[in-house]
Design a protein around this ligand. Structure first.
Ligand code: CUA
Length: 319
């Protein structure tokens, strides 16, 4: 049985991070100016249509003919120029603010690496590797904590987009891109890959978990631990070809093609957001990932029912 898909709630109209807020404010300015222009033009047009419509009687008389008006021509040349200057300057200011954010010495840097179709997440300075769920500290007025993301791809172009946090930035193979986010409200933010990258592009969800400084430190400390060794099912798992693609820290599983499983059960979803991370769903995924997310790189391992259960039970210990 396939679990129902997880709802994606993304809202560009509720920005909660500095770059997204600046971009939204600029958008509203542009919408406001365009709306004012529309109202003036449409209003004048409507007025003219009504005021100068053909009268019901006296059909033969020509209305007064007017040729040219310097004042009006100057007005409709100068006003648009002023509007364009204002919009250009406002846009340049936001672009500078987003692109040239100075990076504080102690800023958190995270590498986000796009794969078909999941996100590898590495904290190089902290020695933590995870997937699909990016944990970062909240930024407050007393403790500003912007997070800088180095974006890479191992295969095709992807795009990192969490609408409430920032605009999109592409992940291009062999061309690291940078972006930063600075959420001011704790919570879980959902985004998606925003560059078509193949069959499961729509199922390449990302979660950003924004938490207090303390909770973030605890999360990091926990992610750095190795899972307890000698769990039931561990031997079977390590004897299967799972280990060629997946890593479980402290074991012989050191593959890097697939997501790091060291703390698999600390994540909310499986398959980059395709379903919630429950015991039943995990079993379903191990049995045949291709029915859950067709085209993904994990093959059906042709395990027996008993083996599927054992591998599932072992993975469930990877908290
Ligand atoms: Cu990755 Cu679309």
């Amino acid at each position: 049985m396939t679990a129902p898909p997880i709802a994606v709630v993304t809202n560009i109209f509720r920005p909660l991070s500095t770059p997204a807020e600046s971009i939204a404010a600029l958008s509203w300015l542009v919408v406001g100016v365009c709306l004012a222009i529309f109202l003036v033009v449409a209003g004048l047009l409507a007025y003219t249509v009504v005021r100068f419509r053909r009268p019901a009687v006296d059909l033969d008389r020509e209305p007064a003919q007017v040729y040219g008006s310097s004042q009006i021509e100057i007005a409709w040349t100068v006003i648009p120029i002023l509007i364009v200057i204002v919009l250009t300057m406002a846009t340049a200011r936001v672009i500078t603010e987003v692109q040239d954010r100075p990076r504080p010495e102690d800023a958190l840097t995270v590498r986000v690496i796009g794969h078909q179709w999941w996100w590898e997440i590495r904290y190089p300075s902290l020695g933590v590797v995870t997937a699909n769920e990016l944990h970062i500290p909240v930024s407050t007025s007393s403790n500003q904590r912007p997070t800088f993301l180095q974006l890479d791809s191992v295969d095709v172009a992807h795009s990192f987009w969490v609408p409430q946090l920032a605009g999109k930035t592409d992940l291009i193979p062999n061309h690291p891109n940078w972006m930063w986010i600075e959420p001011k409200v704790e919570g879980t933010y959902i985004g998606n890959c925003a560059e078509f990258c193949g069959l499961q592009h729509a199922n390449m969800l990302i979660r950003v978990v924004v938490e207090s400084e303390d909770a973030f430190s605890q999360w990091i400390a926990h992610q750095k631990t190795n899972p307890p060794a000698g769990q039931p099912g561990e031997k079977l798992f390590l004897g299967l070809s799972c280990v060629n693609c997946h890593t479980v820290a402290g074991t012989s599983a050191k593959g890097t093609f697939g997501p790091d499983l060291t703390h698999l059960m600390s994540r909310q979803t499986l398959g980059s957001g395709v379903m919630s991370n429950t015991s039943d769903n995990l079993r379903h995924w191990i049995r045949d990932p291709q029915t859950v997310k067709p085209g993904n790189l994990m093959p059906n391992m042709q395990l027996s029912d008993r083996e599927v259960d054992q591998v599932r039970d072992y993975l469930m210990t990877l908290e």
